[in-house]
Design a protein around this ligand. Structure first.
Ligand SMILES: [Zn+2]
Length: 136
């Protein structure tokens, strides 16, 4: 059975066709079969899905065939910039976070609610993603 290792902040998966960096949540140990016939131990990343869906394990083939790469960019973990007030026309400007009750705003490009004050919402987002709280 492969081992799952929690990922430290700053690790991302970068794909050539999408500028969005996907944060690595955890690693799974695996063996990658190489073209020359030798096998090598690797860490495959889990990346998040939308709320209510389990994280995805990226198979080694995605790195070989699609030029995906894992990058370490610790400076990327800064808080998100505050979204403009009219980012979501027709939706309430803010709603209470289902976990910590702070004001949150929906950011369409992230398909995610973020704390309006820019504070870290990773814990809240993980709780929502894991289905630990009831959402709207
Ligand atoms: Zn929260």
């Amino acid at each position: 059975m492969s081992e799952i290792i929690p990922a430290a902040p700053g690790w991302y998966v970068r794909t050539p066709d999408d500028p969005t960096l996907e944060p690595v949540l955890a690693w799974q140990t695996a063996v990658q079969h190489t073209r020359d016939g030798s096998d090598t131990g690797v860490l495959l990343p889990y990346i998040p899905n939308s709320a209510g869906r389990a994280p995805s394990l990226i198979p080694a083939e995605s790195f070989e065939r699609s030029q995906w790469e894992v990058v370490y960019l610790p400076e990327t973990d800064k808080p998100l910039p505050k979204p403009p007030a009219d980012i979501n026309p027709g939706l309430p400007a803010t709603v209470p976070c289902p976990v910590c009750k702070a004001d949150v705003v929906y950011v369409r490009c992230l398909d995610r609610y973020v704390h309006e004050d820019g504070s870290d919402n990773r814990k809240c987002w993980l709780a929502v993603s894991r289905g630990e709280v009831r959402t709207w």
